[in-house]
Design a protein around this ligand. Sequence first.
Ligand code: SD4
Length: 291
Amino acid sequence: NVVKPIVISTWNHGLAANNDAWKILSDKGKALDAVEAGVRNSESDINNMSVGIGGLPDRDGKVTLDACIMDEHNNCGAVACLEDIENPISVARKVMEDTKHVMLVGQGAKEFALEKGFKETNLLTEKAKKLWEKWKVQSNYKPIINSENHDTIGLLALDEFGNLSGACTTSGMAYKLHGRVGDSPIIGAGLFVDNEVGAACATGVGEAVIRVAGSAIVVELMRNGMSPNEACKEAVDRVIKKHKDVTDLQVGFIALNRNGEYGGYSVYSGFNYAVRSTTQNELIDAQYNRE
Ligand code: SD4
């Protein structure tokens, strides 16, 4: 008894994203289309200060976006440090479908997007600019643990046909060095999908997620028999074990397996994820290692 279709996504902005994904999934659509449509909702939400337009800029006041997408055949596409394009996830999908490559970065990614007909848009809102100007006074770089309870969006879906896909998109850590790329566009770190097993994605301090190959590990642990929740917990334990100091180091994983079972786990409390299926539409508080 496989639960399908089903979609899960990180943080409370996941509710609105799931809603858009669900329109596709409930109409016998494909997981790949659903994950793209879902996270586009967060990217285009001007009030969301950690994804897409409206995102907080880097140290130099530039909004640079990271995103990746992966389907049931291990096809994947990614963009990193992309500027001036509102929906990086759709550019990532174009990289996947229209090129022989997996990842494009910076100016090259932007030129590719423009070639594909994406519009150039100013992503730095007045609100984000003001916050950056205030930050500049002290210029003290410090990751925010649960950024107003919404952050990178990672979204995983299992469709009617039993196929899995995932998408992950972010403006990255606020006030990062220009050119910094986090885990979110890195296949195996911010996102991983293996249709034989399940899918996982990550949020939080990207450097820590990359160090343990986070999402790939979660999927591998599920392959070896763990439930999605157990696998996310084990990956979080590994993050903790590999870092001497986990002060301010929030990392959260969510996972979904082929049977439609899901789970989530984080280093600190405060991480939540949204679930939508025929019988569910809710926000769930993830289990965690510490308060
Ligand atoms: C990153 N994981 O760039 C992303 C963004 C995030 O708190 O979740 N920031 O590291």
